[in-house]
Design a protein around this ligand. Structure first.
Ligand code: ATP
Ligand code: MG
Length: 229
């Protein structure tokens, strides 16, 4: 088991994670709309790109260049060059994008520092009500398995974001994707909305750290730790 970490740059979250994201496993971030999942991915991706490493970014929601510009600041051009962005329009296309990202990462010709799938379950969710539910489940599982192996082989952290549904039984917000997704992710973070720009990251699962939580906030230039009391 590795102790390597990729710092997110958000001090409170890095403390919660014992220094940052594990570099050989998949981290799942789930939470309701507006909880900061995409901004988190952009924040970490920008950090990796700024260091000259490549970021495979599979985007199902349409990343806003404005938001990336706000986070990246003056270095936007250089950072965009390091972002290998794909925008699949179906679960099938998403599967191909993930397979390509994984294959090129493992090939090692370019120094890849991060793989992001935001969101991993958008197209999966759309398929759930149709007759192809089993196929969707299998497609998602194959992509996730590929990401697990790639993270391990290439020592590259993977962030997948996940949407939520409200359980009628408990009233709580639960992640999509079922138990397989929860096994695949060795770190699971839930982002909660707090008043205004404040957000809370709750660490629900980690291989070597206890559960806990940390506050952060959304600013004009990205994500930061909370203001001092
Ligand atoms: P979704 O599930 O819909 O994709 P998400 O979890 O990815 O949502 P983000 O897109 O990362 O959420 O974050 C959007 C949130 O950030 C919104 O609630 C928005 O109000 C907030 N936000 C964006 N810019 C700022 C800012 N400059 N200051 C405060 N809050 C901001
Ligand atoms: Mg988002």
């Amino acid at each position: 088991m590795t102790e390597e970490r990729l710092a997110t740059g958000i001090a409170s979250v890095d403390r919660l994670l014992g220094g940052g994201l594990e570099t050989e496993s998949v981290t799942e971030v789930y939470g309701e709309g507006g909880s900061g999942k995409t901004l988190f991915c952009l924040e970490v991706g920008t950090r990796v790109a700024r260091e000259g490493r490549w970021v495979f970014y599979v985007d199902t929601e349409g990343v806003s260049v404005d938001r990336l510009r706000a986070i990246a600041g003056d270095g936007l051009e250089k950072i965009l060059k390091r972002f290998l962005l794909s925008t699949p329009k179906s679960l099938e296309e998403q599967g191909r994008a993930v397979a390509t990202a994984c294959a090129l990462t493992r090939e090692g010709k370019r120094p890849v520092g991060l793989i992001v799938i935001d969101s991993a379950t958008f197209y999966y969710r759309l398929s759930l009500s149709g007759s192809d539910e089993d196929d969707a489940r299998q497609a998602l599982s194959l992509a996730l398995a590929d990401l697990v192996v790639t993270a391990l082989d290439a020592h590259v952290p993977v962030i997948i974001t996940n949407q939520v549904w409200r359980s009628l039984q408990s009233g709580t917000l639960e992640p999509l994707g079922g138990s397989f997704l929860n096994h695949v992710a060795k770190t699971i973070l839930r982002f909660d909305r707090l008043p205004g720009p404040r957000r809370r990251a709750v660490l629900l699962k980690h291989r070597s750290l206890p559960e806990g939580s940390a506050e952060f906030r959304i600013t004009n230039s990205g994500l930061e730790g909370p203001l001092p009391p």
